[in-house]
Design a protein around this ligand. Sequence first.
Ligand code: SF4
Ligand code: SF4
Length: 626
Amino acid sequence: MTEVSRTVSTKAILLGNEAIARGIVEAGCLVASAYPGTPSSEILPAVAKFADELGSPMAVEWGVNEKVAFEVAAAASFTGARSCAVMKQVGLNVAADPFMSAAHFQLKGGMLLVVADDPGPHSSQTEQDSRYFAMFAKVPCFDPCSAAEAREMVFDAFDLSERFGIITMLRPSVRVDHCRQDVELGELRPPKGQVKFDKEPSRWVCLPASVKVNHPRLNAKVEEIRAAFETEFEKYNYEVPSKEKSVLGIVASGVCFSVVSDILKGWGREDVAVLKIGTPHPLPVKMVTDFISRQPKVLFLEETYPVMEMQLPDRTGILGRWNGIVPGAGELLPETVADILAKILGMDHPAGEGSPLLRQAMEELKITPRKPMLCPGCPHRASFFSIRQALPNAVNPSDIGCYTLGVNQKAVDAVMDMGASVTMGSGFFLVHKAAGMERPIVSTIGDSTFFHMGLPGLASAVYNRHAFVLAILDNSTTAMTGGQANPAVGEKLRKGDAGRKVDIEAVCRGCGVTFVRTIEAYDVGAGKEAVKEAWEHAKSRSEPAVIIFRHPCMLLRPQQSAVQVKVDPEKCIGCKFCINFFNCPGLVFDEKKSKAYIDERFCVSCGVCVSVCPHGAIGEISGEGE
Ligand code: SF4
Ligand code: SF4
């Protein structure tokens, strides 16, 4: 959940995501839907919090995935209400289908799509730039450089959406989402217009014949919006002129503007002009080309693709991503931008990793890099251990979320995107069958992910008779994004809004799965037996079998009995089996003594490791003097 913000008169110190949420509520939005995903996850809970505080009647809901969230919001806008869908950049891939269609519609109520991008990336499987998606769908995009600007843009994005009957995109990147800034707080504006759905099939039914009208109209809107961005949006698109004769012009969008402004200020450079662009699509081309014409050379700084650069009619002499001056991947961190600028300006400034100051700071901080691991006591660790030990030769596709970390336990072989563990299970089955081979397959997926996109894959596997085991690791939350509810949990976001839990077992049975078994995830013995049995069932009947490993995520602080454990050095033969296949931060290896031992700092006394050591060296501490 979001943190409580500190209110200072009419301003509050808000997280970027909270600032966006505040704008959504104040703007009179009536329906907001989202699927969590870092860096966007805090937006919807903050919308619910502000809606409660301001007494908005709006509906605030998690969708089971981004496509669902988008379509819910789109339908609401068909009635004339303001609506909003929120997701992260890879989520837009899931919602791409309705997004592309809805862009062609002449919308009635304002519809805002917030897509949080993750250059870096910090917690994503891609570094894609959603501004490209805006350009692909031909919708306008706002790219904020700060939390306060992000909030402000929400109002203008809604207004623009209503003015042109088009979806607008707000594309904050991770540094805007997660920065903190003092942000103006406003009052709740009354919802705009009446909620009234008029039956107009030619408008609301995306018939192929309508495209002949819709697409040219969309093209015309793009040009009208471009003209508006040239002249009416000076608060987002403006020049910071150089005080001295300019030696370099910089065109910067989004957070790159804030970064480059800080660097130039810090260096005291007053001979560089900057053009800030807050609306990268459609690019105000006249404004940009006029700026370029007045500069000796021009550098483009934008994350992550050359979206502004590629809209220029003439890129001759432009320094940027096209010609490799700016790296083609990765976040434009201050040290990266400083390095680029230093080279162009001919400065002897070791700003990046070679910087003695940065090196010294790193040394002083004594940062020891540690690879990401499942938390101590995480139920997934026990589940992965059971699966791996039951069928060591199995192929193990897995999914997005904490499960990816099962790679440390050698229990995850392939991860592609949300829900793909199920469909990859089908693919691995089919290829082995076609080659006349047999190999066990155990796919792993989480509860939220199962509802997100696992279900269609399961229905397909039942229908097509694909033999594999699907292990649903149900920890009663959406853990990696911060613990949001999902249909398996049943809770909703706004106070007094009661949800209803959807029973995973019944859903699987309803899909036609005949083997559905639920196991306490910590029970390694039962888990191993269930996996073997499930595979035999799947193999013999040529159909998928499901095991639900259930135990709450440690983030939910489950009430569970504490089992104090120790490693008996007499029995430990130093084989490292526990380290390599259980991989708990509480169980470490003393290389000098060649023995495993328990690190009390991390052990949460879940007791699962007692059943891990094949030599019986890990045991429960019992009795006095132990
Ligand atoms: S957050 Fe929850 S699911 Fe993720 S590693 Fe920690 S305990 Fe496991
Ligand atoms: S505790 Fe057991 S598994 Fe771990 S190193 Fe010692 S003997 Fe091997």
